[in-house]
Design a protein around this ligand. Sequence first.
Ligand code: ADP
Ligand code: MG
Length: 339
Amino acid sequence: MPDIIQLLPDSIANQIAAGEVVQRPASAVKELMENAIDAGAKNIKLIVKEAGKALIQVIDDGSGMSETDARMSLERHATSKIRKAEDLFSLYTMGFRGEALASIAAVSQMEMRTRLASNELGICLVVEGSEVKKQEPVASERGTSISVKNLFYNIPARRNFLKSNPVELKHIIDEFQRLALANPDISFSFIQADEVIYDLTAGKLSQRIVNIFGKSYQEQLAACQEQTELLKVTGYVGKPDFARKTRGEQFLFVNKRFIRSNYLNHAVMSAFEGLIQDNSFPFYVLFIEINPKHIDVNVHPTKTEIKFDDERAVYAVIRSAVRQAIGSHNLTPGLDFNA
Ligand code: ADP
Ligand code: MG
């Protein structure tokens, strides 16, 4: 019997990996925006057409890339963010797997324009299904612009599996809101089908919350702040009267990464016990800052889960921070915008 095992060509390996990383337009939006944040951008613009099915474009004024790096960024497991296994435990960037661009490029028609501040000209790459079709110098703004056209154009089964435009757009808005909440010091704009959905100027978190959710939130926020040796909790919770019957506005971030955790959500709910009706849910935007060596974010490329060394300690600090916030808001009514 002859030997029969072969290594897959990169384009196929990337397409398979893309199944993990890019589930829908919103996953590409998240990856591209996270890259812009990691690149130190102060202004990030998101443009989508047909709920991301026709176009997703992210324009940033971050570091930009050299010509070689622009090519390298499309390779799988190619990253500037970690170099050795230990780096996983001192991670302050959103990305680290080096998989996103390779995956997105494998299942779309991508155009990348990028320029380092120190270079006069930038570079433009046109990529289709992992294959670089064109590479040429271009005059461009400092930073990076990546356009992802016709996602899954080469995988009809995936393309057909996408939901209606309103559903896909909702997923994109969710990702956008999470990243905008986690980074109030960055200006973001979001344009869908030529209509401005958000235009958010850099500022304080409380202002960002009001700009995203509306003026009615302004008087309803209670500031949280508590610090122990292990971690720091900051952010805002809605006052008890502001709790809603429907879920959806509960945001928890660990080192600026949006996470879901039934256990930690329970910590917040338990702080509201007796103050809100059963089956109603308080608004919250809470941030945990913790030394990365005490957490593991390497669970799954798209899963919003992380592992803590000591989850019970985190629970206790969140509960106490929230209790203090809602306990004291009666004494100091109104929102302190300097907080
Ligand atoms: P990761 O973010 O996990 O490193 P990606 O595939 O998302 O992997 O990106 C690969 C690399 O390309 C990054 O490590 C970074 O060096 C570079 N890169 C990607 N997007 C940008 C951007 N918007 N600005 C500057 N560099 C970028
Ligand atoms: Mg990335």
